[in-house]
Design a protein around this ligand. Sequence first.
Ligand SMILES: *[C@@H]1O[C@H](CO)[C@@H](O)[C@H](O)[C@H]1NC(C)=O
Ligand SMILES: *[C@@H]1O[C@H](CO)[C@@H](O)[C@H](O)[C@H]1NC(C)=O
Length: 310
Amino acid sequence: MESLFVKILLISAFFAQTCHCRPSSPAIDDRDAVGNHPFDLLIFTQRWPITACYEWREHNKDHICGLPSPNIVWTIHGIWPTKINTIGPAFCNKSAIFDVSQLSSIESQLEEHWLNVEKNKPTDSLWEHEWLKHGTCAAETIEQLNTELKYFGQGLSWLEKYSVGSGFAAGGNIQPGLNYSLATLNKALYSFYGKDLAIECYHDSKTHLQILNEIRICFNKQLELTDCDGIVGLERQATRGGAGTIISNCNAAKPILYPDTVPKEYEMENNDVEPKAAYYSVVYEVSQSSNGQQGEESQVADEFVEVILV
Ligand SMILES: *[C@@H]1O[C@H](CO)[C@@H](O)[C@H](O)[C@H]1NC(C)=O
Ligand SMILES: *[C@@H]1O[C@H](CO)[C@@H](O)[C@H](O)[C@H]1NC(C)=O
């Protein structure tokens, strides 16, 4: 057996004002008459804060994390209007401003459940970013999401109903601290949600571990659960033994670590990236392996494209 991993990490600054890297997909310009930015899905993304912290610290040894306490629980990353097979739309209202005072009635819940792992930044910087980048697009067409309070309140109520922690507990007693196969995770989630979710792994370039990072749950514009087909970078992949397809960027042939602690020691080998400027990062991994032992696995060439939308 031999395998070859080629990893290219591209991190580009993605500022609202000076962005040169915003995807120039047709979705951005494909407007209806009155400034609408069409989309098909609302992706409700939950993150496992330990992995988010791992990634945050790996970017820079000075990074510190805010983690939920006393117990680590799945938290909200965002609600992302998404046009199938494109990224975005994003930043739909250039004159919008984020006003945290509109969230005062739910702010303590947001601090707990929509927590900013990246503690070097202000507490509300994640909310500001999510609102300006994604919320303003949802607000254009979804009446239930057309104010800050409604957008963030919807996230909280979806978390209450659809927490990945509940899904894992009910669907298969999936616990942090262990490795799982992609098929096992998917089976547990499917049995709880009854829809195909997207399972996102963080591919650690240093240890070559793949670590469970985010789970994306998809809703249609009527806010009904739907399968997460058509997300860029998270395509359906066939699994061994004809167990159907799974929407994921994880390698189904390798274990997935669902970590219960953040590793303490970090030696930065490649610290030439300025992570504070990285609002938009793309990890592109190409994995090729050949395995003569099992016919079905010989000459496998997989391609993973991981898009992290912070
Ligand atoms: C954009 O945001 C501004 C400021 O909040 C608001 O007055 C305006 O109605 C918004 N425009 C749209 C199309 O939602
Ligand atoms: C998970 O799998 C990786 C890779 O095979 C291994 O190095 C690690 O020790 C495993 N961790 C646990 C908790 O089983």
